[in-house]
Structure formats: C-alpha cells, structure tokens
Design a protein around this ligand. Structure first.
Ligand code: NAD
Length: 303
C-alpha cells in the first residue's frame, strides 16, 4: 500500500508535551526521566544542570541531555518543566537559585524520596511560583547512581506518587502527571504526611537496616574472613547498602520523625524476638517466621 505523504507530515508536526525540559541532577532518576520522554518524543530539548562536569559530559554523550547549562539562571529561562532530581539536601539551594528566573508558565517538580520537607522548602523559596510546584516521587530505582546508570524503562509500570497541596495549580499537576504517564509510570496521588510515613516503613527503614548490617560485619576484627563466607542471603538483603550514602543520609535526615517511629516499632519487634531466643522459645520463633513468610507470599502473589 502506498504511504500517504500528507499523513506523514501531520504525524511529524505533533507538538511534544514539553518544549524545554531542564533537569537538575542528571543521575539515575533525572537521566531516566529525560530518556523515557525522549523515547516517546514527548520532549523537544533537554538541558542538564549538575555539579559534576564529567557526569554532564557523559549525559550529553549518551543522548540523555542536549545541552549542558552554564548556570542555573540561564538554564531555566523559558523552560516548560524543571525537574529537581538532586540529593534532598540540595533541594532548598537549587530552588533558591531558580526562583527569581522562572517564567510565568514554567512548572517545577521534583523526584525526592520525602515530600513534607520538599514542600516546605518550595513554599519558602518559590514565593508566587509555589502553585506551579508539583511534588512527586517515582517508586523506582536501583542501587546505582549517575547518568551512566540511567535507562528509559526505569519507570515502566512503576508508581509515581504526586503529593499536591491546596495551592497546587491543576494545570501544573496535569502537565507533570502527563509527563510521568508518558514515561511509563502509573500516577497515584496521596497526602505528603501519609507518603512520608509509608516510605519510612517500606523504604527508608530497610535501607537504614541494610547499611547497618554491612557496617556491623565490617566492624569485626575478622571482617575480611566473615565477608568471604557470606552466601546469597547476605548478598540479597544488603544489595541496597550499595546505594549512594549521600542520598540516603539526606533521606534519613529529611524524614527523621517518621523514620524514628518506624525504627522504634522495629526495635520493639526485635526485643520481642530477642526474648524468644533468650528463652529458647522455638515455637514462638517459628510462629513469628511463619507469619512473616505467609505475609510475604500474600504480598507477592499476583492478584
Ligand atoms: P544520583 O546520585 O544518580 O543523581 C543525582 C545527581 O545530582 C548527581 O549527578 C549529582 O552530581 C547531582 N547533583 C548533586 N547536587 C547537585 C546540585 N546542587 N545541582 C545540580 N545537580 C546536583 O541520584 P538519584 O538516584 O538519581 O536520586 C536523585 C533524587 O531522586 C534524590 O532526591 C532521591 O531521593 C530521589 N529518588 C531516588 C531513587 C533511587 O532509588 N535512586 C528513587 C526515587 C527517588
């Protein structure tokens, strides 16, 4: 069948969702977001801003970004969407840098793993532009960092959580939700405090425990020998201790109150298990393990 040239021209002329995307922090998350949108032809031009020149050069070489910004002010000029994908401890400073230079239509969003502190910073730093700030958190990642770790399928069928507040502009929310959907994610909306409690329990605490488990073994005088004798179990549950210490330091500090609650609840469970062990209460230990195994099986059974 002959192709219709008019149809082809029309298809090419479709305007991408985002004309100019600026990514602060072209690492695993920021880089993967840019790549996913590029793959869907949903963005025309991507500008990267970072603190490591080598990482930005790698990002440009890999086609993640089209341009390396010389400074934050010129980077955000006329941007349609600015994504902050920096370690949480950098969020306030980046927001302060960009606030005076945002165009009236520019939407700002983030990918931070905690939400209440990011919203507080955005409210303080962005002033009149705060309604165009859309707090977001993709529930996807690996233990790897930097532009070289980015890949376009990272968010495929993963949740993307939005935690808008009363002031958030519906138009800004719509743009950010549409972008993440095009990146392959399922968009879910929840309250920021509920988000922070939930991720303290299912993500931040497990990371804290995994880092602590490895550093505990590393602290023994015969650590080298101990590590040589580890099996798949130790490797599995400490995989996430290979994550960025800076990123996880910032997440723990930002979500301190919720994480302390999660840790206290875990410590009281550990105390209970310790008591069972001390009393050689094999039945109680087995019951505890059986409950955990059943809960895990239920969680992992496809619905
Ligand atoms: P990453 O280390 O791969 O990338 C972060 C990038 O930010 C680095 O390239 C770094 O050089 C750059 N950077 C640091 N300070 C900067 C600054 N002031 N200005 C500009 N760039 C700066 O980290 P990542 O895994 O992509 O995480 C980024 C954000 O996404 C974090 O806030 C994290 O909480 C969140 N997040 C991470 C995961 C995950 O599993 N990795 C999942 C969801 C959300």
């Amino acid at each position: 069948m002959k192709k219709n040239p008019a149809k082809k021209t029309r298809a090419r002329a479709v305007k991408p969702l985002i004309g100019k995307l600026v990514v602060f922090g072209v690492g695993l998350i920021g880089g993967s977001f840019a790549l996913a949108l590029k793959k869907r032809r949903a963005v025309a031009h991507v500008v990267g801003v970072g603190r490591s020149r080598a990482n930005l050069l790698a990002a440009r070489r890999l086609g993640i970004i089209d341009e390396i910004a010389s400074d934050a002010a010129s980077a955000v000029k006329d941007a349609d969407l600015v994504l902050l994908a920096v370690p949480l401890g950098q969020t306030r400073a980046v927001l302060a840098q960009i606030a005076p230079h945002l165009a009236p239509h520019t939407v700002v969003s983030d990918a931070g793993s905690t939400k209440r502190d990011v919203i507080d910073s955005a409210r303080r730093q962005l002033g009149a532009a705060f309604p165009r700030f859309v707090p977001a958190h993709p529930i996807a990642g690996t233990e790897k960092s930097g532009a070289t770790a980015a890949f376009p399928e990272l968010f495929t069928e993963r949740n993307l959580i939005l935690t808008p507040v009363a002031e958030t502009s519906p138009g800004a929310l719509k743009l950010v939700a549409a972008a993440w959907k095009l990146a392959g994610a399922r968009v879910v909306t929840m309250d920021a405090a509920a988000h922070d409690r939930m991720f303290a329990l299912v993500s931040h605490l497990p990371h804290l425990l995994s880092f602590t488990a490895v550093s505990n073994i590393a602290g023994y005088p015969d650590a080298k020998n101990l590590f040589q004798h580890t099996g798949g179990g130790f490797r599995d549950w400490t995989r996430i201790a290979g994550s960025s210490p800076e990123m996880w330091r910032d997440i723990c500090v930002a979500n301190r109150d919720a994480l302390l609650n999660a840790l206290d609840s875990y410590l009281s469970d550990l105390e209970e298990v310790r008591g069972m062990l001390e009393a050689s209460d094999a039945a109680a230990l087995e019951a505890k393990f059986a409950t955990a195994r059943a809960a895990r099986a239920k969680w992992l059974t496809p619905k």
